[in-house]
Write a protein that binds this ligand. Sequence first.
Ligand code: AHR
Length: 504
Amino acid sequence: PRARLTIDPDFTIAPVPRRLFGSFVEHMGRCVYTGIYEPGHPKADADGLRTDVLDLVRELGPTVVRYPGGNFVSGYYWEDGVGPKEQRPRRLDRAWRSIETNEFGLGEFARWAKAAGTEPMMAINLGTRGIQEACDILEYANHPGGTKYSDLRRAHGNADPFDIKLWCLGNEMDGPWQVGHKTAAEYGRLAAETARAMRLVDPTIELVACGSSNRHMPTFGEWERVVLEETYDQVDYISAHAYYQEHDHPGDFLACARDMDLFIESVVATADAVRARGKHRKHIDISFDEWNVWYQTRHRESAIAKGESEWEVAPRVIEDEYSITDAVVVGTLLNSLLRHGDRVTVACQAQLVNVIGLLRSEPGGPAWKQTIAHPFEQVRRRAAGEILDVRVRSDRYETPRFGDVDLVDASGTWDAENGVVALFLANRDQTEAATVEVGVRGFGELRVQHAAVLAAAEGQDRHTNNDEQHPDRVGLRPLDGVEVADGQATVTLPPLSWAVVQLA
Ligand code: AHR
């Protein structure tokens, strides 16, 4: 296939929102326990944080990390996870049919986030709890001192407030699977009143109302409308969540970023309609705070999902191993987020370790990067300055779900200060290389500064993954043959590949 991209330094969408490259740590399976935290592991520090995992997290560099759930948060008592560890109770986590030891809680997470160099983002429980508990945790986290909960934090060894800015008002409250699931009207009222009370405790916070758990929920659209009618003046963001997997048509799976595009554009349209009707001045942005590839059909067959497992501490749950195909899809999902960076200003890949993770770790053993970590890390590192309005004219292919879809998918940024164009490109064609021509005349003299690609190497196929024995089997390798001449860059993308090209 062939594709022609048109870019111009004057045609930009928005500054790259740094919080677009977030991730998520839920008390679920082995994300926390034996993921980021494992006292007794040879690489654990004095607080039990795994330094081998921390090193990999620092390389990935998620700019924000959401915590502690997810479905978990809708039954969570945050107070159980603070104070002397020997006094912390064990509880049943109904969301993931596990035993929560509470050895790790808010204080440990704040310490971990600092060590990882990331911004913490907290979710509160609006499933089984409400306004008062939301204000209590906020007082514990952000109030300097001299009150019950701020003094408790200080007594627990944290003199300085955690100063957490981003707060999610519950999780997936539209989902019948959620403990404390609500109708849009019930949730909208509770979220508005909780937000109002939380802002009285700390007016500097930013608040996320729950949007839909995916675009195919029966309440999609109407949920956003009703929730935003109730909460518009009290919140800053509406959330979106989306997970994709390959069913019986790889071409469909490779095109699933179209679903993300449509999801984002529909939520923006709904939010703007509420804005117009309510004569509001501000815009509501999207916090796409859960997104990834997730083989949900496999999970639905598991004993945990069927309620047939024993109650265990940190069982293995949804430890999907990601292939080259999954990495290409993740690259296209990042493209979709970046293309909409004027309105999607927070996003969290879900999740960071083990549970549908960018990273994997074994108890007492090693930690490594999954295939999907590579596009995430590269876009986080190299997207800088302004998002370019990349116009793509590509050969197309037919898909059952999305109709005709571009074989070449792209996004890009322009860092005017350093004179760098970064392009993120995917070739969805499974058998043919793609020739991509990019008109770069408007940027002055450019040369290739960096070009790397993720694709099947000799002896591999689209299903190849990384594992404990082969942690580096799939990664990036130099992309040869990129040329810039007469105001045009030419890139050849191998079949089924994701690439980054930097011109400076
Ligand atoms: O990330 C896994 C789960 O997916 C989260 O707990 C929930 O919010 C979503 O359904």
